[in-house]
Design a protein around this ligand. Structure first.
Ligand code: BGC
Length: 770
């Protein structure tokens, strides 16, 4: 959708009309457009003066220390006295306070430390994983996640979060697909912007705000084979049309730091990439904050075997040794080096040799100090509450309620044959499966400071809302082992199946909690199959064979390939990893207190061999036709589609999307038009629908995706109620980036599709005039 360049106050345009029983009332801008509203602020002259004054007093060694960012297990008090710039992953408020005290009292220039942490989906109040929040199609869910995550992080003295993770991905084998909003650049952009606004607010010096760091620049989400850190080769147009937009949205929302990625694109590692960091981020986008390298990404630039320093693992092979890696990273735009210490250690030597310039060191330090001044650290270096009061600020009722709401809004009803769901809370309910009485896995990967003991299990959640008896059987046990191992996933035995069947038979209905462990997702957690781990498919069949109504609740950090079970599971609720309120949120949806309204942010393939499969693919000269040879098809799959398409999700009620109208049939290249569509709840209970708008450019200088999402709105409607949703379209929607890095708006027809999934059928067209 259009990114309004007007001031926020002007931009709350009245765009939509809401028709409710008995009248028509005005609505405001759609929530995706509101989230994308740019809020980046101008540089403040006073801050710039203070930065320059401080920089003028710094020695070279103090500047190199500012550039250094060390993790909890490497930080020393002596290093802090020497002027260490930043620290990551210390979360103990007592330790943070002491290190900060040393920095502001005992270092020569008294420059405060910036404390950082991966608050990815909650600090202590863990929210659903970001892929789940993506499924909510509700920017408020992403906003709430980081609003409370920032508040709880700030309370212990943290001031930066390595979030949002905004890597678009077509690669379900990759464990980190769990960490962003899936396969679509527009959905990721909306969620990224909402997250940044929640993390930073208008002014991140506020006591409950942090500075955000979108990561990982860029295209880290497409590692070949799905193996983490692996290489990526991609065209300029894909880089700009698919992978950069969420970063741009995050920067426009004000993000003041960013993280470069481990992986190489087109042979150039993310933290040695002059083009993406210097030219695009700092040049084209005028980003004046700083870039930190990911973990040891700077030292990973070295050759294999590495020389000088001659220890450590093999690297990308774009630098012969440590000094060359330091020079390459700094010159390409890295301002702060995480974990490895090459810029600090070799900076002076490199400067003497003329391989780096003082100007560039000053620029890096200026960026870091600018963020520290904007963060208010010089005035308030300490946490807003004393360390012994931090615990009382965790898991407060407002945060826990928001986590529960977010979890239930993230759930996607994939299937509900015969209306199995919702179950009846007055009937005897068996809760079965390896994830039924489980706290650990519900937190998902990147659980922040979350504790297993904070989690309400599915079993307890169901039990609390079930007025009849709730019973339990595990069925089989999943495993969390790392290599060397013989059974990395578990559920390899059927020894518990008989007991599970007995428990199912004694109940009136069954909730079957299946899926992955949290260790199967996240960093360095690629899987070579998308099947349900172990013998869970067999467990499902055994329970189905009892003839009881069974609702499968699936937990995973990626799309699973459900082809083998779909016919055996009439009701499937995709719950992702829901966080601390897993149990209550599952019970809310399973018993119908909450009507599910989430939609898939990624395509669910039929089987692994179909991947990568994504809705916004380019057309081919031989479009897929499973029945005819010489087409782009698999000869052993009688379908071209995924099992569940992007944007799919059912409800306990039904909706009709109709009446797609355009405000004009033509538009100038710089003009705009409106597309409106009416959605009606045609069922007999209140529920949510996500209205989705897609565009397609049928004739363009480079082949355009068959569909691109350009607008969505999640609406709640009572039975019989309808609403008209209006989206604004401009060149940001009908233009595209070409392979020379130019944004082009070409004249010609544009097709518009509207509906409630990426298979939307309502269509209209308009023409972009010459
Ligand atoms: C991850 C980053 C994370 C960093 C610090 C790295 O291994 O790739 O996403 O922010 O560690 O924890």
């Amino acid at each position: 959708m259009a990114r309004f360049r007007l001031r926020a106050s002007l931009a709350v345009l009245v765009l939509a009309l809401v028709s409710v029983a008995g009248g028509v009332v005005a609505a405001t801008q759609s929530s995706d457009e509101q989230a994308l509203q740019p809020t980046r602020q101008q540089a403040d002259r006073d801050v710039e003066r203070r930065v320059n004054r401080l920089l003028a007093r710094m020695t070279l060694q103090e500047k190199l220390e500012q550039i250094q960012l060390l993790p909890d297990f490497l930080v020393t008090e002596d290093e802090v006295r020497r002027g260490l710039g930043s620290v990551l992953s210390v979360t103990d408020p007592v330790r943070i306070r002491e290190l900060q005290r040393i920095a502001v009292e005992e270092s020569r220039l008294k420059i405060p430390i910036l404390f950082a942490f991966d608050t990815i989906h909650g600090f202590r109040t863990v929210f659903p994983i970001p892929l789940g929040a993506g499924a909510s199609f509700d920017p408020q869910v992403a906003f709430d996640d980081h609003k409370y995550g920032a508040r709880e992080s700030a309370v212990v003295g943290l001031k930066q979060t390595y979030a949002p993770m905004v890597d678009v991905s077509h690669e379900p084998r990759w464990g980190r697909i769990a960490e962003a909003a899936g396969e679509d650049p527009y959905l990721n952009s909306v969620m990224a912007a909402a997250r940044v606004k929640a993390i930073q607010g208008d002014d991140y010096s506020a006591p409950d705000k942090l500075v955000a760091s979108p990561k990982h620049l860029v295209a880290y989400g497409e590692p070949e084979g799905g193996r983490d850190y692996n290489t990526t080769d991609l065209s300029e147009q894909r880089l700009r049309n698919l992978y950069l937009p969420p970063f741009k949205a995050a920067i426009d929302a004000g993000a003041d730091t960013a993280m470069c990625s481990f992986n190489a694109i087109n042979g150039v590692p993310g933290c040695a990439n002059d083009y993406t960091m210097n030219e695009i981020l700092k040049g084209e986008w005028r980003f004046d904050g700083f870039v930190e390298s990911d973990w040891t990404a700077v030292s990973e630039l070295r050759a294999c075997p590495p020389r000088n320093p001659d220890q450590g693992e093999c690297g990308h092979g774009v630098a012969a040794d440590g000094p060359e890696a330091a020079a390459l990273a700094l010159n390409a735009g890295v301002d702060s080096e995480m974990t490895s210490t090459l810029i600090r250690d070799f900076g002076a030597e490199l400067l003497r040799q003329g391989r780096i310039e003082m100007r560039r060191i000053d620029d890096a330090v200026r960026r870091i100090l600018r963020v520290k001044f904007r963060a208010g650290l010089f005035e308030n270096p300490y946490a807003p509450v004393p360390p012994d009061q931090a615990e009382a600020e965790m898991l407060k009722p407002d945060a826990v309620a928001a986590a529960r709401n977010a979890a239930s809004r993230s759930m996607v009803l994939l299937r509900n044959e015969g209306g199995v769901l919702p179950l009846d809370p007055d009937k005897k309910t068996a809760v079965i499966g390896p994830l039924a009485r489980n706290q650990h896995d519900m937190l998902g990967p990147w659980w922040g400071a979350g504790r297993d003991t904070d989690v309400v299990t599915v079993l307890d959640g169901i039990d609390q809302q079930n007025t009849a008896a709730t019973t339990y059987a595990e069925g089989c046990k999943l495993s969390n082992t790392e290599p060397p191992h013989t059974d990395p996933e578990g559920c390899g035995s059927d020894a518990g199946f008989a007991e599970a069947v007995e428990v199912a038979e004694a109940a009136d209905q069954v909730v079957l909690a299946l899926g992955e462990t949290r260790e199967m997702s996240g960093e360095a957690a690629a899987r070579s199959t998308l099947d349900l781990p172990g013998r869970q498919e067999e467990l499902l069949r055994a329970i189905e064979a009892t003839g009881k109504p069974v609702a499968v609740v699936l937990f995973s950090g990626r799309p699973l390939a459900l082809e083998n079970i779909v016919d055996d599971a009439p009701a499937i609720l995709q719950a992702w990893f829901p966080g601390v309120q897993a149990g209550p949120a599952v019970a809310d949806v399973v018993f119908g207190k909450v009507n599910p309204g989430g939609k898939l942010p990624v395509s669910f393939p039929r089987r692994l061999g179909q991947t990568p499969i994504y809705y916004n693919h380019e057309p081919t000269g031989r479009p897929c036709n499973p029945d005819v040879k010489w087409n782009s098809r698999y000869r052993d799959i009688p379908s071209c589609s995924p099992l569940f398409v992007f944007g799919h999700g059912l409800s306990y009620t039904t909706f009709e999307v109709s009446d797609l109208r355009l405000s004009s049939s033509t538009v100038s290249r710089n003009g705009r038009l409106e597309a409106s569509v009416t959605v009606r709840n045609t069922g007999d209970r209140s529920g949510d629908e996500v209205v989705q708008l897609y565009l397609h450019d049928p004739v363009a200088s480079i082949s355009q995706p068959v569909r691109r999402l350009r607008g969505f709105e999640r609406v709640t409607l009572d039975a019989g109620q309808s609403r008209t949703v209006t989206f604004t379209l401009d060149k940001s929607d009908f233009g595209f980036w070409d392979n020379r890095g130019r944004f082009v708006v070409e004249p010609g027809r544009i097709d518009v599709y509207a509906g409630n999934s990426s298979s939307a059928e309502l269509t209209e067209s308009f023409t972009v005039r010459r």
